[in-house]
Design a binder for this molecule. Sequence first.
Ligand code: CWL
Length: 342
Amino acid sequence: MNDITFAVLGTGGIGRRTLDVSKHRDDLVPVAACDRDGVAIDHDGLDVDELLAATEGNVASDGGASAVGEASEGTGVAASRQAVPTDTPIDDVVAESDAIDAVLIALPNLEHDFIPRVADRFVAADYSGVLVDVLKRSRVIGMLDDRADAFEDRGVTFVCGAGATPGFLTGAAALAAQSFVEVEEVEIWWGVGLESGYRDNRGTVREDVAHLDGYDVETVRGMSDDEIEAIVDEHDGVLEFHDMAHADDVLLERAGICDAEDVTVGGVLDLTSDEKPTTTTVRVTGTTFDGARGTNVFRLDDATSMAANVNGPALGYLKAAVGRNRAGEYGVFGPAELMPGF
Ligand code: CWL
């Protein structure tokens, strides 16, 4: 059997959406899902519809880019008839990991090393499979690289930054760069429209607000919903970002595509409309072997949602990583080093 069994840690926007999107692929079998106080495990495959329906309303219906589980005490996954309440959700999944090919870590990186430490728990339990995260911050990649030997010893294939940016768009940049012998510049520019606004997309909006001038992850973490909403209102619901500290730069550098300093990430988040405020593009400028200078452009259709552009690629990278893992390739991979295969 070539089916891929996978677990999702966290049922915020990404956790929920990947489960939902996975229904479109018969070879992807979700066998475990958890949030902070519940875990559902079924090695024959979870009933995703029941799980999502049972947890609906208990979590923010985040559009897909953030991994923040918003479940409150006693609700969330535990409300599913497939689940049991637990104080040790991650350990419960680790305990079943012999029968799990891949684990999507869709948890907030609560402390700066939270996700690397989740990986440690799988390694300590002799897990040999795939781990995937959708983190944006560069420093985490170094922490994962520090663990590369342990991953290789155990047979773990780790893909970091497997969402949209970093992720899908980083991979697109790597492909677009292939015409050039020298890459000058990579510009990632995204547009996201979420008419449901801040309250329904708290994780993703908070992450983005942390990139505005004068804010960072720590200050935003300490802010109330009302304070965040005030910032959104000050900008009339449309936030524009320049020079975001996303890990696309280091991920392209580690893949040998260009220098990190030649990569810029920015975009526009419109919380008043589902329409994209700007077209998502990846522009790669470089010089060809025969002396021409050009810009290759990868463009997403405005009709494709962030949820589609984060979760399809996340599962695509997960599948690609399982292929590598089965072929005996272990260690840490970025999204510019694998071709996703949703
Ligand atoms: O960080 C992310 O990956 C999400 C990012 C932002 C809203 N927080 C933008 C995602 C880009 C999606 C591109 C698209 O759907 O056109």
